[in-house]
Each structure stands twice: as C-alpha cells, then as structure tokens.
Design a protein. Structure first.
Lengths: 284, 364
C-alpha cells in the first residue's frame, strides 16, 4: 500500500493506494499542508477487480464510508477519486460541526458563505475572491461550530471545472495546478492549490456575516431570501443536519436568524465580484 | 500494520488495552471498527478511557451518530406500529431495534440499518397490506422469480422500502429460511414474546443514552420483543446457521452483551432446553463458546468444550486488516459456500443458481 496523510482544516485523512502515482500527485499538491499522525478517515484507492489492475486500469473509491453503487473511475482520474473519497468521508462521517455544502472566504475575521447547486459558480467565486484580498476558506464544505456558530475552514484543493479552468489560469499566473482530467463525470476538472494564507491559517475560524446563493448564467440581479426558504435550502445543503439532531437544529436556526441572505444572478466573474463587494459593504 | 481484527476484539473486551496503542494502532483500530460497524459500540466502551484528543473527537462523533441511529430506529418502529394499529396480533421487534427499544446493553452504540419485525405467518397478507396501504412502504424490486422465491422459501417477505423516508422494513415470520435444515418453532417464539414499554429518546447527561418508560400511549401491548432465550437463539441462528459471517464480530458482540445481561441461575438451563426445542443447539453452543473465547463472555463450565472447527470460525470472524479491508479471501469464500449449503438442499441450490445465472445472462 502506498500511503499518504494530510490534514485539511480540522480533518485528518489517511489515503492508501495500490499505485504510487496518485500518492505522488497528492504529495506534491498538498506539500504545504500538515501531516497528521492519527487519521479521522481512511480512503482507499484500489482496482475494482483483478482484471482492472492491468487492462484498462480503473480506480474504485473505497474507505471508511462508501456509497453502495459508486462507479469506478479510469486510472487517469485517480487524483479525482482521492478527492471524491475525502469529500465522501466528510459528507457521510463528520459530526463535529454542522456541515454545509458551500464555499467561504474571510475578511477582517468575518466570513462570506456561498452555497448553491453544482454549476452555480460558488467554487470559482471563492477562488477568485481568494486572489483579491479575501482569505480563501474552502470551496466545498463550510463547517459551523455547534457552540459558537463560527465557520471553520476546510481549504482542500480547489476543484475547477470546465470554463473555470481557463479563467483561473488567466487570473492566478503563479498558481500550482494539478493535471488536467478530461471526460470526468463532471466534464473537465483541474485542481488548484489554494493561496498560502489559506493553508497557513486553516485552523482560524471566522464568524459568518453574509450568505449568498449565487447563480451563474442569468442577468445580474439581487433578491432577498426569506428565512423560511433560506432554512429549507440550507437543510438540503447540509449532509449531517438530521444526524446532529437538536444540536444541528439550534446551530442552523442561529445561522439563519443572524446571517443576512441574498440570491444573486450573474453572467461573468467581474460582475459577480462587484455585486459581492457591494452587498458585503451594505449588509455585513 | 495490524494483521487482523483481534486488535478490535481486544479493545472491546478490555478498553484499557488501547492505552498501549500508538498512532498507527489507533488509526487501524478505528478503521477496523468502522468496517465491522462497531465504531459506535467501541465509542461507548472507550468513553471513560484517556485517549489522545483526536481519538476522543472521533469517538464522540461515533456516539452522536449512534444516538441518531437509535432515534431513527425507534421512530421507524413507531411508524410501523401506527400503520399496524388495526392488526390485532403481536408485532415483534428484532435485532438492533429490539435492543434499543428494550434498553439492553447490546443496543448501546449499535449500528442499526433496516427495521426487522416478526409476525405470525398466517397473518402476513394482512400485515403486508397494511404496511403498503397505510404505512407508505412499497416493494423494492418487482421481479417475479425473486418475489416467489421469498414467498415460498424464505423466512421473510421481500424487502419493503418507505416511499419518503427511504428506510427498509423486513417482515419475518420465522428466524431461518424455510429451506434450512433446522425448523425453529416460530409459534412458540411469538407466544413467549412480551410487550415493550413505550419509550422515548432521552440522552442522559449527553453520554450513555437510555430509554425510559412513559405512561401516555393508547395501545401499549402491540410492539413486543422476544424472550431473553429466544433473543439469544435468534441472534445465534442469524450468525451461524444463516449468513456467511460477514459482520459477525458485531453479531457476536450482541450475543456477548445479551448473555452477560441475562446471566442467572436458571437462564442457562432454560437456554439449553429452548435451543433444543428450536433445533438450534449447535449454533447456540458455538456462539457462547466463541463469545467466551473472543470477548470473555461468562459461560458455564459444561458449555466450554472446545470444538476443533472453532478456530476456523475465529479466523473468519477476524479477517480484517488495519486499513479496514477484508482479508483471508479463501476462508471467506468457504464460509460463503457454507452459507448457501446450510440455506438449501443441494438440488434446490443448483436450480436456484441456474435460474439466477440464466437471468443474469438474459440481462446482458
């Protein structure tokens, strides 16, 4: 077994791989992250069958927590398999915080949280803001402290998809990018190492100050989100809300009651950033 | 790297043994416990142990999750009770749901998936209709062969899944497939089953969750659990006379807890007689021996006669490495074949496999 360990925010991962290559890729992209000794989660990358070790090699995602009918990925997407495996452990196993499927950035100790379906642009927006004076906190999960309500960073590799890849390559000229993986279930994917301050300060939480529901591809608009709608959408955006029981309800209710929420539509990155800055100034 | 799940067995048996584990050993222990679905149980066993902060966090998560599973299991049982309110017979909760409903030690931290209930065989049509019409459950898959196979030869209806809650219910009418060699007396099990007190989830001081009786409920006598002896016998039958021992460490831990909690002057004599009546003397005896060997279950002297084959069972039960992966593929395969052999006579097995093979071929 080729082994790799990495700490992302409060979570420690152990990744075991049949092959050396995925581990080498992870080691180079996560070079600046801490290496934990005890792991919260184990992820395993192995061939789905004896045949697929050798012929048209495939990687099955396996680990402490698994989905019953996960489809194996081609060997060229092993890095994606590792990332998906780590996300899966968080989504299914993490119980220390209220886990929101969202991205986040921080300024002056306060957090801007963005959530939405895949394709809404929350990941790209967080990456763009992370290069324009904000601290990047994470593009996939935001962890809300059950007692204080603070947002805890989870700054894993930024997962860029399709058009976002070119856009970020043009913006972050000195960025460290992973291999380009085309033809994945979500189209083209390329990982980007977050800015240094995001990694150095990954243990530093921030109090949520604004929640946005971005939507890419529509004419610029801002809409208020009523608390009821907000609550329903956020319970759907959380993978562990139900499992946390009363503690989850309290944390969610406080988040909805104290953090202003807006839905924003935009057609390009500059427009979105201008909108975000304006709303932040007014509401946060 | 630890070679097998004896590491996990030792930690459950003697929580203090984990003090000597280094970071490697603790990570392996956690991966094994998750793979065997014993992480919740381990978390309660180690609740008072001084462990590194990281491990304490992991175990605390596991207790939170176990509490959630307990809450959901009791909720599902109550949903079934309401759907079956017009059914006059007993509805017996089985396995994990029964342990938490009866506030037994075996339920502490236990992983609970499906809801398992048992009713009288002649009442199956009525119970099935009520669950479909009033409860909101529906068939998982419509396949004529599988459906008739379940109905003709199995100890349960084909599994039902709830339309909205996405949770399964297995409706049993006895504890072993009808094709198995042993013929347990399901009627006697139902007759001896006793009503549980209504329970509501109530964590005590955030740690060990217990159930407490409440007095406000219209009908309190419908949901039942098996008698102590039958509970042990069912668990043993499930472990050694039915499946291929996958997940067996958890089932064996259940039995360890049950035997420890029920232990009394008359218990073992009654268990002997009852097991004989259900034609399950050998699985029950083996379960007790293996529980004694692995988890240190207290059993009477005359139950301790070691059997030469027991060591193979132990090798199968502990076939798990420090990455949480199954090991000892060949032994596992033998036990898999054995499980089918026990479940049906050879000619029938051949017919069954042939039908399954032909259907798989047609699908392609």
């Amino acid at each position: 077994v080729h082994e790799f360990r990495v700490q992302v925010g409060p979570a420690a991962f152990r990744i075991g791989s049949r092959w050396a290559q995925p581990v080498a890729q992870l080691a180079s992209l996560y070079a600046d992250y801490p290496k934990p000794d005890i792991a919260d989660f184990t992820v395993r990358l192995d061939a789905p069958s004896m045949l697929r070790r050798f012929v048209r090699r495939q990687v099955a995602i396996d680990g402490d927590y698994m989905l019953p009918d996960a489809v194996p990925l081609p060997f060229g997407q092993a890095l994606l398999a590792a990332e998906m495996g780590m996300n899966l452990q968080m989504a299914l196993g993490w119980r220390r915080h209220l886990l929101l499927h969202a991205s986040a950035v921080e300024r002056e100790g306060r957090a801007l949280i963005m959530t939405g379906l895949s394709g809404s642009g929350k990941s790209t927006l967080s990456a763009l803001l992370g290069n324009r004076g904000w601290r990047f906190m994470g593009d996939e999960f935001v962890l809300l402290d059950l007692e204080s309500g603070a947002a805890v960073p989870f700054p894993r590799l930024i997962s860029l998809k399709n058009e976002a890849i070119g856009a970020m390559q043009a913006t972050v000229l000195d960025g460290t990018f992973g291999p380009l993986m085309s033809g994945t279930p979500k189209g083209d994917i390329r990982h980007l190492v977050p800015p240094t301050d995001a990694i150095v300060r990954m243990a530093e939480p921030a109090q949520p100050a604004l929640l946005l529901f971005p939507r890419f591809g529509y004419r610029g608009a801002v809409r208020e989100v009523a608390p009821g709608e907000n609550f329903m959408r956020m319970t759907q955006a959380s993978t562990n809300y139900v499992a946390l029981g009363e503690a989850g309800f309290k944390a969610m209710a406080r988040f909805i009651q104290t953090v202003p929420a807006r839905a924003i539509d935009y057609q390009n990155g500059d427009e979105a950033i201008a909108l975000v800055e304006k709303l932040w100034e007014r509401l946060a | 790297m630890k070679r097998d799940a004896m590491l996990l067995v030792q930690a459950l048996r003697d929580p203090a043994s984990t003090r000597s584990l280094d970071a490697e050993g603790l990570t392996a222990l956690i991966a094994m416990a998750r793979a065997e679905q014993l992480i919740g149980t381990l978390a309660y066993r180690l609740a008072d142990e001084a462990v590194p902060p990281k491990v304490a966090d992991i175990l605390s998560d596991a207790r939170t999750n176990a509490e959630y599973q307990r809450r959901s299991a009791l909720w599902e049982a109550d949903c079934a009770r309401r759907a079956l309110a017009d059914y006059p017979g007993k509805v017996v909760l089985l396995k994990g749901t029964a342990y938490v409903a009866a506030a037994l030690q075996a339920g502490e931290g236990r992983h609970i998936g499906d809801l398992d209930i048992m009713v009288a065989r002649e009442d199956l049509p009525q119970v099935e209709a009520l669950l479909l019409k009033k409860g909101g459950w529906e068939w998982v898959k419509e396949d004529a062969y599988d459906d008739s196979y379940y109905r003709d030869h199995m100890h349960e209806l084909p599994p039902l899944i709830h339309k909205e809650r996405d949770r399964m219910i297995d409706v049993h009418h006895t504890i072993l497939p009808l094709t198995a060699r042993a013929r347990p007396d399901a009627g006697a099990m139902l007759a001896e089953a006793s009503a549980i007190k209504p329970v509501r989830p109530e964590p005590v001081e955030g740690r060990v969750a217990r159930t407490r009786a409440s007095t406000s409920s219209a009908r309190t006598d419908q949901l039942c659990v098996l008698s102590p002896q039958d509970m042990v016998i069912h668990s043993a039958a499930h472990l050694f006379a039915d499946g291929d021992l996958a997940g067996g460490l958890r089932n064996l831990w259940d039995i360890h807890c049950l035997l420890t909690e029920f232990d009394s002057a008359n218990f073992w004599t009654e268990l002997t007689n009852r097991a004989k009546h259900h034609q399950l003397t050998e699985p029950v005896a083996r379960t007790a021996r293996l529980g004694n060997h692995l988890y240190g279950t207290k059993i009477p002297k005359d139950w301790q006669r070691w059997n030469a084959r027991d060591k193979w069972y132990i090798r199968r039960l502990t076939a798990r490495d420090g990455w949480g992966r199954p090991t000892r593929k060949f032994i596992c395969l033998i036990f898999y074949i054995r499980s089918h052999w026990l479940r049906m006579p050879p000619l029938m097995l051949a017919r069954h496999l042939f039908t399954k093979w032909r259907k798989a071929k047609d699908k392609k």
